[in-house]
Unconditional design. Structure first.
Ligand code: B12
Length: 79
């Protein structure tokens, strides 16, 4: 699937960059990957950190990638 319409931009006119991050020790990253794909399909630039990130690593990635938004996924905890 590909996005439709104009690419969303920040107020500065640059493409929106999002870091989707997965802190914690579990391996439940399917939802984060679904969200990352949906954002990409909408024309947003996405960096997915992968599993087992510490808060410090996530912040470092966001700085290095010049991200506008950090999306965090915590453990689902549904029974
Ligand atoms: C698939 C799954 C797995 C897969 C994970 C595969 C993967 N790569 O993600 C596997 C088989 C590996 C797995 C393993 C385990 N699992 Co599991 N798993 C599930 C299951 C069935 C579905 C989760 C899922 O993928 N849903 C589909 C996605 C698309 O939905 P979602 O995660 O909710 O994401 C949506 C939103 O939450 C949101 N969202 C998600 N991420 C993000 C990020 C951002 C930035 C934003 C904005 C939004 C957002 O948008 C998404 C799309 O709508 C759940 C049960 C359930 N019904 O949730 C159990 C569940 C989470 N698992 C559970 C358990 C216990 C385990 C194990 C410990 C089992 C075991 N004894 O080995 C292991 C842990 C292994 C590990 N290393 O972590 C329990 C957790 C219970 C608890 N709270 O303690 C659950 C709830 C099942 C249960 N009822 O017991 N699991």
């Amino acid at each position: 699937m590909t996005g439709t319409g104009a690419q969303p931009r920040t107020s500065a006119g640059t493409p929106i960059r999002v870091v989707v991050a997965k802190p914690g020790l579990d391996g439940h990253d399917r939802g984060a990957k679904v969200v990352a794909r949906a954002l990409r399909d909408a024309g947003i630039e996405v960096v997915y950190t992968g599993l087992h990130q510490t808060p410090e690593q996530i912040v470092e990635t966001a700085i290095q990638e010049d991200a506008d938004v950090i999306g965090l996924w915590c453990f689902p905890a549904r029974t």
